[in-house]
Design a protein around this ligand. Sequence first.
Ligand code: ADP
Length: 376
Amino acid sequence: MDDKSVLASGLIEKIGETTSKHIYKTQAGKQEFNNPVPSHEDGLKQVVNLITDKVVGVIKEKSEIKAIGHRVVHGGEVFKKPCIIDNEVLKAVIENVPLAPLHNPANITGIEVAQKIFPAAIQVGVFDTAFHHTIPPRAFHYAVPLELYHKHKVRRYGFHGTSHHYVALQAAETLGKPLTETNLITVHIGNGASITAIKNGQSIDTSMGLTPLEGVIMGTRCGDIDPAIPHFLTAQTDMDIDDINDLLNKKSGVKGICGMNDFRDIHAAREKGDQKAQLAFEMYVYRIKKYIGAYSFALGQVDAIIFTAGIGENDDDVRREVCLGLDNFGIKIDVEKNEGRFSKITAIHQHDSEVKLFIIPTNEELMIATETNKLI
Ligand code: ADP
């Protein structure tokens, strides 16, 4: 941990299905296994076997693992910072399941399995919502009867907090200013996407809400829509509220417009003259621009706009179109510097741009490891 180098990394997909995919990477190379992984426990046992293997392993025995950092999607209002997971904490994460029914149960399984396989290790929860706990009431409340907040905790929570926090720390360092004196708009655009307004190092507003559905247009999520649309659709179609929820989360966004949710495919189609792909691209860029405008006013002064995640780091077309035409607001992109994909911090503004523009590759794993290390 001292030099923050990555000994091994990996990914297991399709746990419980007939074909699973397990990728294991070390400095020696990458391996892929396709044997079925029936459960999360089996998956973690496979990981232990690999990392302690005599040939491809990176540690001698599993007791060398002193702590495990867990990304927990929804910390509700309880978790304002990372914390060691004890029974009380686990109970609170379970209580937050209604707020994140798709994510928190998987996170809880991960914690329970890790506790079983690594009983001596300290388990740490790092919450995706925690960085946004500083959002003031005027920005986190929805204008619905206040009792819905008191009874059901209906409010904006925001997500991708670990990423927004990580790139904000990197941005402040790059600008040579303390984070506590830095104002930023962080644009995390991957398949899921959110934008955060950061004032003096603290999140003061973010585009995702009670759930990750709100905000900018995403790969398959609609982002902001007229809230009356679900009711209208239940009246006009044979869809029920669950069908509509599925439609808005999985079949909308750029995919709903042009049938594709990977921007590499969208650009290839645009180049061939696909009008729907062009529309999806223009809608996507326009919504990001609106948020940057709104957050610039919320902040009053912006030191830098940060692009991160799959699209933010790799897609020069999106970055260019988001920033062009904003010279009057002190945002001047250098289109040549912007060209290409970037895996390290890169400035893409003109020398006289009042608002600096940076690509900062996110590293949520490093942030989780750093926070975990702090707690042990
Ligand atoms: P998430 O973590 O939300 O699943 P990522 O941050 O990994 O998503 O981003 C994935 C998305 O990044 C892809 O769907 C694709 O749209 C975009 N992306 C990845 N590589 C490129 C590229 N070379 N050019 C354009 N877009 C890219």
